[in-house]
Design a protein around this ligand. Structure first.
Ligand code: SF4
Length: 466
């Protein structure tokens, strides 16, 4: 059965794709497990947990499973550090056939002993993978014994790959953070915020930290980009939590509100409009007159500083159309607004883990006829990109080859990006990179060559001809 046949025959897939229309007010079906055989672009539970926990700069990460799971390392999630660099290592128990039969708890115990003796860590995360979920190793008990033996924090992460989807992994990662925070006494509240759901890709947290410093708001704990063990244990001091990546961290924000009385707001520093709104919202929530005034002064200085450069790119990008396929709904929403700011049109928008309220907002922000889809596969993406005639696809590492095969521009909005895309500086980087790729002469050349070279066809394997 091909993907196309799957797509046509599975009602669930149809419910996960809608065309924005004023005549049809249908909700998109989201927040469900991927359809078996329909080829999802989503990663596994364990991968989701590492997205959340990997950026903690002084943590050691032991992947309890076969060596393949450990290939998820810092290299594919380039969060930056201003301090320790140990998080760039990945440790594995390298489970083999014998361990599957007789159990891998001893091996895990030995791995913890080795790391403690060699590196003297303060914090270790132990991840359960698919194999561990199947053979039933009790990682909680192993971690507890090791913790009592060494007197350091050894936190189990229940992240067997098959036990849900990437979003379940975010939750497992957040539970590990809550577990760590709960082991320390509740602090007295201070004027300051925790910044949740930013992983300091290309130094993005440093841009926003600088903005907040200028308006007079200190960050107490960053979760988890450029954070450390000590910093996380102080999280209960904050008077407000701000959440950038809602898909991965709104669960943690809700729990911190419930358990420690810290209110939260969602923010986005992707794009100028969202950055301005977020700064104003933070000031409003904190209710500090001086901060409110500082925000307005800061915004007017920043606007003037970047106005000229932005209008140059606006002229060059006006009228182009974009297709979006990203991880979370919050990012898709900010991207739609950014394209609007640049005079571009969004013709297709999809996410891996968007929620119903995010899809409702996407519907209200996009034009009639825009294709909106949840948890899509490459065949579906290809079909809609062609149908809608997008000039550029914004996505992650898995979408890049698709864009190039279709002969259209690609914009990398994934975790391994090298240019920061947050704040005013990020908005300029975004426009600059879009201009370079969308207006590259290569796309015209590819189109002409394709039309000219109709004879250069690929041969297909024909069974009968053998
Ligand atoms: S799906 Fe399972 S085996 Fe594959 S990377 Fe995730 S945890 Fe490892």
């Amino acid at each position: 059965m091909t993907n196309h046949e799957n797509f046509k025959t599975l009602d669930e897939r149809k419910e996960s794709i809608i065309c924005n229309s004023k005549f049809e007010n249908r909700n998109i079906k989201c927040d469900t497990n991927s359809v078996s055989g329909a080829v999802s672009q989503r990663a596994c539970v364990y991968c989701g947990a590492r997205v959340v926990l990997n950026p903690i700069t002084d943590a050691y990460h032991i992947v309890h499973g076969p060596i393949g799971c450990a290939s998820y390392t810092w290299d594919i999630r380039g969060s930056l550090s201003s301090g320790e660099e140990v998080y760039r290592n990945s440790f594995s128990t390298d489970l083999r056939e014998q361990d599957i039969i007789f159990g891998g708890e001893k091996k895990l115990s030995n791995a913890i002993d080795e790391i403690v003796n060699r590196y003297n860590p303060k914090l270790i995360f132990v991840y359960a993978t698919c194999v561990v979920g199947v053979i039933g190793d009790d990682i909680e008990a192993v971690c507890k014994r090791a913790q009592e033996k060494y007197g350091i924090e050894i936190i189990p992460v229940q992240s067997s790959g098959f036990a849900g989807n990437k979003k379940s992994g975010y939750k497992a990662g957040c539970n590990a953070i809550l577990n760590l925070i709960s082991r320390y006494p509740k602090h007295k509240k201070e004027f300051g915020i925790n910044y949740l759901g930013d992983f300091n890709l290309a130094g993005e947290i440093w841009i926003i930290k600088n903005y907040l410093k200028k308006i007079g708001v200190p960050i107490i704990t960053k979760l988890t980009g450029d954070s450390s063990f000590e910093e996380i244990t102080k999280a209960t001091k904050a008077s407000l939590n701000i959440v950038q990546c809602a898909g991965s961290m709104v669960y943690l924000a809700k729990q911190l509100e419930k358990k420690y009385g810290i209110p939260y707001i969602k923010v986005s520093f992707v794009g100028i409009e969202d950055t301005i709104n977020s700064l104003r919202n933070i000031a409003k929530q904190l209710g500090n007159k001086e901060v409110i005034d500082n925000v307005e002064k800061f915004i007017s200085v920043q606007k003037k500083k970047f106005e000229k450069e932005l209008s140059y790119y606006k002229k060059r990008l006006y009228g182009k159309s974009a297709a979006i396929y990203v991880g979370g709904g919050f990012k898709a929403i900010s991207l739609i607004k950014q394209f609007k700011e640049l005079g571009m049109k969004t013709v297709m928008v999809g996410t891996q883990t968007g929620s119903q309220d995010e899809y409702d907002l996407i519907k209200s922000l996009t034009d009639e006829g825009t294709v909106i889809l949840d948890d899509a596969n490459p065949t579906e993406l290809e079909m809609f990109i062609k149908e809608k005639g997008a000039d550029v696809l914004v996505g992650g590492v898995k979408e890049r080859p698709l864009a190039y095969k279709l002969g259209i521009a690609f914009f990398d909005h994934n975790h391994e990006r090298k240019h920061p895309l947050s704040g005013f500086e990020g908005a300029i980087n975004f426009a600059k990179e879009l201009d370079i790729t969308v207006n590259s002469p290569v796309w015209e050349y590819v189109k002409k060559e394709g039309e000219k070279d109709v004879k250069k066809k690929f041969y297909k394997f024909e069974y009968e001809s053998v």
